[in-house]
Design a protein around this ligand. Structure first.
Ligand SMILES: [Zn+2]
Length: 428
């Protein structure tokens, strides 16, 4: 994917927003059709049938007919694709799209270009004729700006932040937090390994986002203390403003803008770090984390409220603010076949020099001193070295009980990972 900031004029913006509304409407109708299905019912309509229904709906509905048929049909195509890959994509069942949150639509290129095989020979159909594919129409304006044809809006400018013009069959326009983006469907080439065969282990944590086994400590940038204070200020003002007033919406928008800035920083850091990892190391090992289960809510139910809900919510926020999942995913995409997940219990308690696992070895959040061999090291680096070696550890057997017998292992080991008491981000 190659993504740029897009700057439509005010008139274009109105029309593009209408495209977003149409695409969302069509997508949500498709979601409803498929949600209606139950075992025993006739199957929900497929793409071809939905396209026929769309044509009928456009005939009856003036609002829908005023929009672009291609944009609406592409929404159905997107839905069909999302439905097909729902078990493998990680996004699950296609879900309802909300106004202001999921604003966007896909456009298929209008230029017809001859298609070719990966080896460069022209692609021919069964009759021996050249197969023609679609291509997006993009023109360069100058070194920094280019423009693209959006149906019904003419040429729309976007900021060209790469040297090459993107070549793609389709692109997607999105609107979020008051900013427009255009993403061309380009699959970048994977990054080659440096060829030194170097193995790196990465330990992800809350205090240090990613500790590498070669001693580097990488930190994901977050909002500064002053910026966090500003978020709280705007949230407070929004809460005190009259319900549904313009002032309330404005304060919410200001808070959302700051949150978007944090997300931008996190994404930027993840992209740069994953590229750095893919370029500098042959084999990249992450400790296996399940962020979804780690950040599961502690809220409970009304009848059975959970304990330490505020603390858990704060920790969840801190975990999600680190972008662990994104870093792992992007590294895997940039260095396919060179990233491993090491199932790693006790990585933070195991001595990387002698392999001894002992809770007392970890003196504090940062300090590791092995009680067996005396090896001392930064605790996160020690864990990263364990990950690089491809192992966490097997919990050592329980010490013999008083009478010489062996106590049966209970479900819970005494050697547990230390739980952070304070996570560094104030609750707000
Ligand atoms: Zn040791």
């Amino acid at each position: 994917m190659s993504r740029f900031r897009m700057y439509p004029t005010t008139a274009q913006e109105q029309r593009i927003l209408l495209h977003c509304a149409h695409a969302r409407y069509v997508w949500n109708l498709a979601v409803e059709q498929h949600a209606h299905w139950k075992p025993g019912r006739r199957s929900a309509p497929g793409f071809a049938e939905q396209c026929r229904q769309l044509t009928e709906a456009r005939r009856d509905n003036a609002w829908l007919a005023s929009g672009n048929a291609d944009v609406q049909q592409q929404a159905l195509q997107d839905f069909a694709k999302a439905k097909n890959v729902r078990f493998a994509s990680g996004f699950g069942e296609p879900a309802w799209r909300r106004k202001h949150v999921h604003e966007g639509f896909r456009v298929i290129g209008t230029d017809r270009v001859p298609e070719s095989h990966p080896d460069g020979s022209p692609k021919l159909n069964a009759r021996g004729r050249q197969v023609m594919g679609r291509s997006v129409v993009v023109r360069r304006l100058n070194r920094r700006w280019a423009r693209v044809k959006v149906p019904g809006c003419g040429w729309v400018r976007f900021r060209l932040t790469r040297t090459e013009l993107p070549v793609a069959k389709t692109f997607r326009v999105t609107f979020r937090n008051g900013r427009w983006h255009i993403a061309f469907a380009v699959i970048p080439d994977p990054i080659d390994a440096p060829g030194m065969g170097e193995v790196i282990g990465i330990d992800r944590g809350v205090t240090i986002t990613a500790a590498l086994s070669d001693g580097q400590k990488l930190n994901c940038p977050q909002l500064t203390t002053r910026e966090r204070a500003r978020v709280r200020k705007h949230q407070r003002r929004a809460a005190r403003a009259p319900r549904g007033s313009e002032a309330e919406a404005a304060e919410h928008a200001k808070a959302a803008g700051l949150k978007a800035r944090e997300a931008d920083r996190r994404k930027d850091w993840c992209e740069k770090t994953s590229t750095m990892l893919a370029r500098s190391y042959g084999l990249i090992r992450f400790e296996k984390l399940n962020v979804t289960t780690m950040t599961r809510s502690a809220k409970g139910t009304v009848e059975l409220p959970g304990r330490n809900v505020r603390q858990k919510a704060g920790l969840n926020r801190a975990v999600l603010a680190q972008g662990w999942g994104l870093l792992r995913r992007r590294t895997g995409e940039k260095a396919p076949g060179r990233v491993e997940d090491v199932p790693a219990p006790y990585t933070s308690l195991r001595c990387s020099a002698c392999g001894w696992i002992e809770k007392d070895s970890r003196k504090s959040q940062a300090e590791f001193v092995c009680v067996s061999c005396g090896f001392s090291c930064n605790a996160d680096e020690n864990a990263a070295v364990n990950v690089a070696a491809g192992q966490g550890g097997v919990p050592r057997p329980r010490r013999a009980a008083g009478a010489g017998g062996v106590t049966a292992a209970t479900g819970r080991s005494s050697a547990r990972e230390p739980r952070p008491t304070r996570v560094g981000i104030p609750l707000f």
